[in-house]
Design a binder for this molecule. Structure first.
Ligand SMILES: CC(C)(COP(=O)(O)OP(=O)(O)OC[C@H]1O[C@@H](n2cnc3c(N)ncnc32)[C@H](O)[C@@H]1OP(=O)(O)O)[C@@H](O)C(=O)NCCC(=O)NCCS
Length: 163
């Protein structure tokens, strides 16, 4: 999967900023006391790797993780500046909350935080849904498909039953 580049000074980014709010949903930086809850949630809904990245996000000050909360329930999260400087991600929204604009609002809030930190561009590392980022933020593939920062990353062996 390619890395994607997003300009934080484009008309498309201004458009994205206008999608930062979702009715009834609080899109805000996570609070330090929420770490265990958010990390467990990310492990349960997504993966161990992402839970590790979220743990790093909580080691930053201010916490580099935005959460989406509705009626006291966590709907999604987005981290930034974790795997490498200027990188966006990981991000995820629970299955039952998808399609309501929460993913875009989290993206907008996290990219805004990167811009406030002085970045002119953000990188979406190893982007899964490239169309989502292209449509929401005008992201374009970085033309370096062969090697990325994740190359050689340690991974848990798959259980024998998967072979
Ligand atoms: C990608 C993800 C965060 C989007 O969250 P979401 O809350 O459903 O997204 P939104 O409701 O804000 O979607 C807004 C728009 O993006 C589109 N979209 C959503 N997911 C998409 C996808 N996987 N691919 C392409 N477009 C997508 C929606 O159709 C919608 O389009 P519209 O503005 O024309 O109506 C969510 O699908 C998810 O958690 N996926 C699994 C984890 C993942 O892949 N994370 C990204 C890793 S790089």
């Amino acid at each position: 999967m390619p890395d994607l580049l997003v300009s934080l000074h484009s008309a498309k980014f201004e458009e994205l900023r206008s999608r930062r709010h979702v009715a009834g949903v609080s899109i805000r930086p996570a609070l330090a006391p929420e770490m265990a809850l958010v990390v467990d949630w990310v492990r349960e809904h997504f993966s161990d790797n992402w839970a590790s990245e979220v743990t790093v996000a909580f080691s930053r000050h201010p916490v580099a993780c935005i959460v989406a909360v509705e009626n006291g329930k966590l709907l999604g999260f987005a981290c930034y500046d974790i795997v490498a400087r200027g990188f966006f991600g990981p991000t995820g929204v629970s299955l039952d909350a998808r399609g309501r604009g929460v993913g875009v609002a989290l993206l907008a809030a996290a990219l805004e935080a990167l811009k406030a930190d002085g970045y002119a561009y953000a990188i979406i590392g190893d982007a899964g849904p490239a169309d989502f980022y292209a449509n929401a933020a005008g992201a374009i593939p970085v033309p370096a498909p062969d090697k990325g920062i994740y190359q050689g990353m340690l991974r848990r062996p798959k259980p024998a039953s998967d072979h």
